[in-house]
Ligand binder design. Structure first.
Ligand code: PMP
Ligand code: GLU
Length: 394
């Protein structure tokens, strides 16, 4: 019998991190792998943020931090929520964590009891389902399709609700589809939830600034949703700070208090130097990082035009984040040198082996017809990768 807990044995490995590790391993074996698997900006953290971190080191910020974050950082986050999202939060409503991933894990741990259902519109970010399951919740996948730009409709939400529904979790801009919910679309979902006052919402807005259509909309903007929405955000994406590990929530104070309590027993407060640096990031006008967004948009257009040239790739037009999520089911059932591609996982592995390009199977995001391609890579790498994909499939 395996002495490990059922908890860990029943958990899937993060497919994004697993693929990135596999690509790294193949590279050390001398294979020239182009990594389009990990959602990680290829930019450096901007100098003005690095300078704030260096200053914090020199000013001897080295002690344990308050569990829910420095007050100065929470104040900067409150000002950011007001400036960018017109959301009003107070200090007891903010919790700073070691990445938005921990923010999500906290929320699941404090909100879910055994058997509580969490609606996950598919495709959803890879870790949602396992974070929910770890906390004995039941992920309830709601399929969307490329025809609705991978967005859940009000009717689908209504149909998915059961007496056991506790929460709905979604990201906008969405990882992996790049879809962005408009205010009208969010309001339509809120109208359904109005009839179900016991359902809570996790609105994951970590790609807020990487939006090519402008006008990011938050679920918590609606008065009737504010008291049951947990707004999750962080600095990994827009500020190219993945390794600094800072995320945060704005939430009803009683939920924030519970997250604070949970975090106090698990990790304590987030890293002191990173928090000081993030104060500077929060205070900066988002226009300071617009150069990255502009570049991501160019790459999106490039990827779409190159993929358009390959038979059997069906794409939506991502309006944010830095992923495309093509439907590749055209290839299922096809055989090459004795290997049959039966699903998206086979397809992604085929690309790794024959094109030397790392992508992630859509299975990990709850959509087995698609693969995720991250375009957080240089234009040269993107051009070369898609050329290789095309050749390997021709
Ligand atoms: N939510 C989404 C939608 C993501 O893509 C990610 C990946 N970074 C996270 C949350 C977690 O971000 P982090 O822990 O790096 O702040
Ligand atoms: N969020 C990124 C992704 O989706 C980083 C990897 C991870 O945290 O799982 O690729």
């Amino acid at each position: 019998m395996n002495p490990l807990s059922d908890r860990i044995l029943n958990m899937s490995t993060s497919a994004t991190l697993a693929m990135a590790a596999k690509a790294r391993e193949l590279r050390t074996e001398g294979k020239d792998i182009i990594g389009l698997s990990l959602g990680e900006p290829d930019f450096n953290t901007p100098d003005f943020i690095k300078d704030a971190a260096i200053q914090a080191i020199n000013e001897d910020y080295n002690s344990y931090t308050p569990v829910d974050g420095y007050v100065e950082l929470k104040e900067a986050i409150i000002a950011k929520f007001k400036r960018d999202n017109n959301l009003t939060y107070t200090l007891p409503q903010i919790v700073v964590s070691t990445g938005a991933k921990q923010s999500l894990a906290n929320v699941a741990a404090v909100m879910l009891n055994k058997g509580d259902e969490v609606i996950l519109p598919c495709p959803y970010w890879v870790s949602y389902a396992d974070i929910v399951k770890l906390n004995e919740g039941v992920p309830l996948e709601v399929k969307t399709s490329i025809d609705t730009d991978f967005k859940i409709t009000a009717a689908q939400l209504e149909a998915a609700i059961t007496p056991k529904t506790k929460m709905i979790w979604f990201s906008s801009p969405c990882n992996p589809s790049g879809s962005v919910y408009s205010k009208t679309e969010l309001r339509a979902l809120a109208d359904v939830l109005q009839k179900h006052p016991n359902i809570f919402v996790v609105s994951d807005e970590i790609y807020e600034h990487i939006n090519f259509v402008g006008g990011h909309e938050s679920m918590a903007q609606f008065e009737d949703m504010y008291d049951r929405t947990i707004t999750v955000n962080g600095v990994s994406k827009a500020f190219a700070m993945t390794g600094w590990r800072i995320g945060f929530i704005g939430a009803p104070a009683w939920i924030a208090r519970a997250c604070n309590k949970m975090q106090g027993q698990i990790t304590s407060g987030a890293n002191c130097i990173a928090q000081r640096a993030v104060i500077t990031a929060m205070e900066a006008n988002p226009s300071k990082v617009q150069y990255m967004v502009d570049e991501f948009k160019k790459r999106r257009d490039l990827v779409l035009s190159l993929l358009n040239d390959i038979e059997g790739f069906k794409t939506n037009i991502p309006e944010g984040a830095f992923y495309v999520f093509p439907d590749v089911s055209y290839y299922f059932g096809k055989t090459f040198r004795g290997t049959t591609i039966n699903n998206a996982t086979d397809f992604s592995l085929y690309l790794l082996e024959h094109a030397l390009v790392a992508t992630v199977t859509g299975d990990a995001f709850g959509n087995p017809d698609c693969i995720r391609i991250s375009y957080a890579a240089s234009q040269e790498q993107i051009i070369e990768a898609i050329k290789r994909i095309k050749e390997s499939l021709s």
